[in-house]
Design a protein around this ligand. Structure first.
Ligand code: RI2
Length: 325
């Protein structure tokens, strides 16, 4: 898949439009929302008229605050905003000219976006080595990185059969199934509750991630932990495809990941069930014991190496609540 086809939103997206569309999940997927916020801030910087570093700083922080509050769970969004803010601080330290500062910051944003596309490609290549010809793969929800692994293996000439779960309540599994079918992959859609019954025909599970914590737990679409539990019971390996910006530095400082609770309407019209409470958590946590490997763009690692990834890539990171003050 070409880089520009992955996102499905315009390169010229504004901060207002990105915030609205991420909130409504018109733009969704952990990596995609990271690229959307960086593109939006980059475009705002290009279009903006700033007379001083102070003005630019104030505006970028204001944009970051609006974008940060769109969805709480995927750390990719926070890491993308953190990258922009910390890059701005670094540029300020060595530059006084506002025109130059703008240019350097736009370059930094473009670098993040390019690296993100490259990461998905590299994850595809590394992960594909784990797939053997003739394997049956099960995936949950819709992950660009997990799909990259599957499509790369197919391009290497391996025949695969894929089961895609519906992923209630928003049915992102339909997107996965459609994408795979469009690429001539043998794909079967199953309902979420058919995972355990199907597991006997599955050789490997591949999912994406919204956040990976310092202890190697994977926060991903609701139902992922049930998929992993069934795989564990059936001794089927579980592989997680995740770029390094899905690892959470905040978890090193003791913060817990907030699990997004979405509207009951996504499950059923509450008027149809008077007197019934409805819950709609969007994500769950899969413990590291149920994960065999995490495929990142810097290599395939065990979940226990999550700490090292965070220290290596986010050792300097400051918590978002400090950065956004
Ligand atoms: P990529 C999605 O979250 C799914 O949970 C998916 O597994 C994860 O992001 C990673 O997706 P949502 O935005 O970054 O659908 O691999 O709630 O595309």
């Amino acid at each position: 898949m070409a880089a520009e086809d992955i996102d499905g939103f315009e390169d010229s997206i504004t901060v207002e439009s990105a915030a609205e569309r991420i909130k409504s999940m018109d733009i969704r997927g952990a990596g995609r929302i990271a690229r959307a916020v960086v593109k939006a801030i980059r475009n705002g910087i290009i279009a903006g008229d700033f007379n001083s570093r102070g003005e630019l700083h104030k505006q970028v922080i204001e944009w970051a605050r609006v974008l940060y509050n769109t969805r709480p769970t995927a750390v990719s969004l926070a890491n993308a905003l953190r990258y922009v803010i910390m890059s701005m601080d670094d540029i300020f330290a060595s530059n006084d000219d506002i025109g130059e500062i703008k240019k350097c910051l736009v370059d930094k944003c473009n670098e993040f976006i390019e690296r993100s596309y490259m990461a998905i490609k590299t994850i595809g290549e590394y992960g594909a080595h784990r797939l053997r010809d003739g394997m049956s793969v099960l995936t949950h929800c819709n992950s660009t990185s997990a799909i990259s692994v599957i499509l790369t293996a197919i391009r290497m000439g391996k025949n695969l059969r894929v089961y895609a779960t519906e992923s209630r309540p928003r049915h992102q599994g339909y997107i996965t199934a459609r994408t795979l079918a469009e690429n001539n992959v043998d794909v079967t859609l199953i309902i979420d509750s058919a995972v355990r019954a199907t597991m006997r025909d599955v050789d490997i599970v591949i999912v994406g991630a919204d956040t990976i914590t310092a202890n190697g737990a994977v926060i991903n679409k609701i139902g992922t932990s049930q998929v992993a539990l069934c795989a564990h019971e059936a001794r089927v390996p579980v592989i997680v495809a995740a770029e390094t910006y899905k690892f959470s530095p905040e978890t090193l400082f003791g913060y817990l990941i907030e699990i997004e609770e979405r509207s009951a309407d996504e499950v059923i019209d509450p008027k149809k069930l008077p007197g019934v409470k409805i819950r709609n958590p969007a994500f769950d946590a899969t413990p590291p014991e149920y994960i065999d490997a995490i495929v990142t763009e810097v290599g395939i690692i065990p979940p226990s190496a999550a700490y090292d990834i965070i220290v290596t890539y986010y050792g300097r990171a400051r918590p978002m609540n400090e950065l956004l003050q």
